[in-house]
Design a protein around this ligand. Structure first.
Ligand code: HEM
Length: 412
């Protein structure tokens, strides 16, 4: 790593006070900057769209540190698992999931799980998503007020991911409790992960004996062209990564999209007048209101040039999704919300990442988002924020622009 590069701290108050402006200044300075976190080595951060797409498709940047020849020391994920006291026998579930595989190991897992995310399967979920959404909004409207996150978005996305995986309705409340603890990454992390993994094991046994029309049954039965199958450990790990990846991200997207529309009443009026713009609106809201701050980390498998900068074998790289999604080289007037923005092919937003690890649940997240915006704002026009938007509080401010509201009080 070139030690002459200055290290930027995302803990600097400017990233909290005005993340969009702070990232714009950083992005104009360089497509690749060094950032530092307390207690860890510096990490490269990509700030521009083209450079991010190229890097995330470059096989020399790997997600699994053991694919860096001669690497020493733990990865960022290993350090996090150690700090969470995850028992040794559980580690394999975390380290064998598809997010941490490269090359043919990744392609293999991705191919085996892809049929569960086919257009047909995702489309088939619409009636159930609409039913759950309508029920939750009905209950909220009857009360007159509530928390959009707790009373609507979280139970909606929790039910959808549990349904997709094949978790019985009677068990979904327990699964959601584990997923909440798991996502809070607190001291209950290991216990809740263990609960989820053991539950999945038993479910696999049940579905082996009696298959149903769900993802676990499909994963149990899936056989690749060459006779390849997922092992039981791989299915457990896959379910863990899917529920973890699919639940909170989409839940937090809903209030983030809601505040963006409420803050842009002209755009909300436009969407109500032309609901056929909803797919464009969802893309625009994903660009602006994405709750996930960054992708990665990746590691350089060799000394290489990245975005015109020499980086060293073993260096860690991440990409600021907020920064790349506001890159004026791709998006004209990036700070403006334009629900009719039409993006040219290949110039879409990068909220779902890029390259081989691009979000496998993107179509599902878009569908859930579209149903939510339709039900909350197009079919109704009485939903409003119950506090001033300046009073909304973030659950935690993860450096780099994560926007996870702790609550989102609304009234009808
Ligand atoms: C608004 C909602 C969502 C956002 C913003 C989002 C964002 C992302 C991003 C940025 C990545 C790539 C990370 C990287 O390259 O390091 C990713 C990967 C992934 N996402 Fe999502 N996601 C969302 C919803 C979902 C849903 C609904 C599911 C599952 C049902 C899901 C499952 C996954 C999985 C399994 C991966 C890893 C794919 C791989 O490594 O091949 N996500 N997501």
């Amino acid at each position: 790593m070139d030690m002459a590069e200055p290290i930027v701290s995302l803990l600097n108050p400017e990233f909290e006070d005005d993340p969009i402006g702070a990232f714009a200044r950083l992005r104009e300075k360089s497509p690749l900057v060094r950032i530092g976190f307390p207690g860890g080595p510096p990490v490269w951060l990509i700030t521009r769209s083209e450079e991010f797409k190229a890097a995330w498709s470059d096989p020399r940047l790997v997600t699994n540190i053991s694919n860096v020849p001669g690497h020493r020391g733990p990865s960022i994920a290993d350090q996090a698992l150690t700090s969470l006291d995850v028992p040794g026998e559980l580690l394999r579930y975390f380290t064998s999931n598809l997010m941490l595989q490269d090359g043919s190991n990744h392609t293999r897992l991705r191919r085996l799980v892809a049929p569960a995310f086919s257009v047909r399967r995702i489309k088939a979920l619409r009636p159930r998503i609409e039913e759950v959404s309508a029920r939750l909004i009905g209950a909220l409207a009857q009360k007159g007020s509530g928390d959009l996150l707790k009373d609507y978005a979280t139970p909606l996305t929790g039910a959808v991911i549990c349904d997709l995986v094949g978790i019985d309705e009677a068990d979904q409340a327990q699964i959601r409790r584990w997923m909440d603890e798991y996502a809070n990454v607190d001291r209950d992390f290991a216990t809740s992960a263990l609960g989820l993994f053991e539950y999945t094991r038993k479910l696999i046994e049940r579905r082996r004996a009696e298959p149903a029309d769900d993802m676990i049954s499909a994963l149990v039965q899936t056989v690749g062209d060459d006779g390849d199958r997922l092992s039981e450990d791989e299915i457990v790990s896959m379910v863990g990564v899917l529920v973890n990846g699919g639940y909170h991200s989409t839940a937090h997207f809903i209030p983030n999209a809601a505040i963006t529309l409420l803050d842009n009443p002209d755009q909300l009026a436009l969407l109500r007048a032309r609901p056929e713009a909803l797919p464009h609106a969802i893309n625009e809201l994903m660009r602006i209101a994405n709750p996930i701050p960054s992708a990665g980390p990746r590691y350089a498998a060799e000394d290489m040039e990245l975005a015109g900068v020499s980086i060293c074998k073993g260096d860690a790289v991440t990409g600021s999704l907020q920064s790349v999604n506001y890159d004026p080289r791709v998006f004209s007037e990036p700070e403006r919300c334009n629900v009719e923005r039409v993006l040219k092919r290949g110039e879409g937003h990068l909220a779902f990442g890029a390259g081989p690890h691009r979000c496998i649940g993107a179509a599902l997240a878009e569908l859930e988002g579209a149903v939510a915006i339709d039900h909350l704002f197009i079919q109704r026009d009485t939903l409003e924020l119950a506090v001033k938007s300046s009073e909304l509080r973030y659950r935690e401010l993860i450096p780099g622009g994560a926007r996870l509201f702790s609550a989102f009080p609304v009234r009808f």
